[in-house]
Ligand binder design. Structure first.
Ligand code: PLP
Length: 420
């Protein structure tokens, strides 16, 4: 009888990767450029591909997986609530939504919260808030900043300060204009009688981790007070304890020992730790601007999403993960600064705040290529802009895991420097 040899495991896996990739090639809208990795499962800060290869995940689902992967408390919250009630419409009250709104308000200040399903939708809510606020006086303009990112809806791309995001989708939603970041005077010069609001990310994420100066945020608050404008912060990426405080503007101002309250804040990503949800907070003074019938979402604030988000709050606070984000973030930043000093021909700048770190390579090194090279070293990161790699890991990342990631990055930088 002829002996049948089993194909080598690597061949089976290659076929598996190919088979799954082909599903995407045939059936999924090709709007993303994806890496050639098929991920299958995760645990904590690690994920495994279909080949069984393990990666340290310092990308965190792009600042989403606040407790890492497959966290038992998230699983418990999900299954516990799913057995009771997954969804009811917003025609009714449910306790998790009310409790979660209270939790957010306790961390920001007196106001109200609206729940939705993503960051773009949270910003859309802020745009509607601004338009409704200015409506009686014919004001509708929202000034944002260059290199910002506010989501992929039509209004989101009009708000976003990056031409490549807008290209091909004209005509643009009216009323948005962009001015340079960290420049109060540019903002002042752009205010007209139709301006209703200013929207900024206190830490610009997508363009490579650019941190607002405390005096900029204070200057914007003053400007908005002088001109009766809403001050809106997009905390979708930087929020939820990632910088060491609940929201990034609170961390930036804490460093200068000052405080302020914006008029609206958008949130998403880490809020649900991977369960899709978004929210915006609006200051008490403007809580009734969006009156009954003016805004809604079928899935916004379902008991399932809110139960998960509440449990995430409990774990973050119970384990003091904000402090961990500061400490581990500071350690990563310090170590990367040393690498930059040694290899400035490869690394241009390293910047960060808490567990939001941007590593800017010299312009000849392309962000996507660097990310691919790091895959070979079992590390996941997020490319940004032309030559920046972002680290946006879980808030419970350990020092040992951070060291493992740093070794991979340093190894790559060393190899690139040798080739220079
Ligand atoms: N705002 C900021 C600052 C973001 O970083 C993002 C996403 O990266 C968004 C808005 C859009 O969020 P989503 O992709 O959930 O719509």
């Amino acid at each position: 009888m002829k002996e049948v040899l089993a194909p080598p495991k690597s061949a089976i896996v290659r076929n598996e990767t190919k088979r799954i990739r082909e599903l995407f090639e045939q059936f999924v809208v090709p709007s993303y450029s994806r890496f050639d990795l098929v991920l299958e499962r995760g645990e904590g800060s690690y994920v495994w591909d279909v080949d069984g290869k393990r990666y340290l995940d310092l990308a965190g689902g792009i600042a989403v997986c606040s407790l890492g992967h497959a966290h038992p408390e998230i699983t418990k919250a999900l299954t516990g609530q799913a057995k009771k009630l997954i969804h009811v419409s917003n025609l009714y009250y449910t306790e998790p939504q009310g409790q979660l709104a209270k939790r957010i308000i306790d961390h920001i200040g007196p106001g109200r919260v609206f729940f939705c399903n993503s960051g773009a939708e949270a910003n859309e809510g802020l745009f509607k808030l601004a338009r409704k606020f200015g409506h009686a006086e014919g004001r509708y303009g929202i000034i944002t900043t260059t290199d910002s990112f506010h989501g992929r809806t039509l209004a989101g791309i009009a708000a976003t300060g990056q031409e490549k995001i807008k290209k091909g989708f004209a005509p643009e939603v009216v009323g948005f204009s962009q001015v340079p970041f960290n420049n109060v005077e540019a903002m002042r010069r752009t205010i007209t009688k139709s301006t209703a609001a200013i929207l900024v990310e206190p830490v610009q994420g997508e363009s490579g981790i650019t941190i607002a100066k405390a005096e900029y945020l204070i200057g914007l608050r003053r400007l908005c007070d002088e001109h009766n404008l809403l001050l809106l912060f997009d905390e979708v990426q930087a929020g939820h304890f990632r910088t060491g405080k609940f929201q990034s503007w609170q961390r930036i101002l804490e460093m200068e020992d000052v405080d302020l309250l914006p008029d609206g804040v958008s949130m998403a990503k880490s809020l649900g730790g991977g369960f899709p949800m978004g929210a915006f907070w609006v200051r008490e003074k403007f809580a009734n601007v969006l009156s009954p019938g003016t805004h809604a979402s079928t899935f916004g604030g379902t008991p399932l999403a809110c139960a998960v988000a509440l449990r995430i709050f409990e774990v973050i606070e119970g384990e003091n993960l904000a402090a961990n984000a500061r400490e581990v973030g500071q350690f990563i930043l310090g170590e990367l600064q040393k690498v930059r000093e040694k290899f400035s021909n490869v690394l241009k700048v390293v910047r960060g705040i808490g567990l939001m770190v941007g590593i800017e390579f010299q312009p000849e090194f392309k962000a996507a290529d660097i990310a691919k090279e790091l895959h070979k070293r079992n590390l996941l990161t997020v490319p940004a802009g032309n030559s920046v790699i972002r680290l946006l890991p879980a808030l419970n990342l350990s020092r040992a895991e951070a060291e493992e990631g740093l070794r991979a990055i340093e190894g790559l930088v060393f190899d690139l420097a040798k080739k220079q």
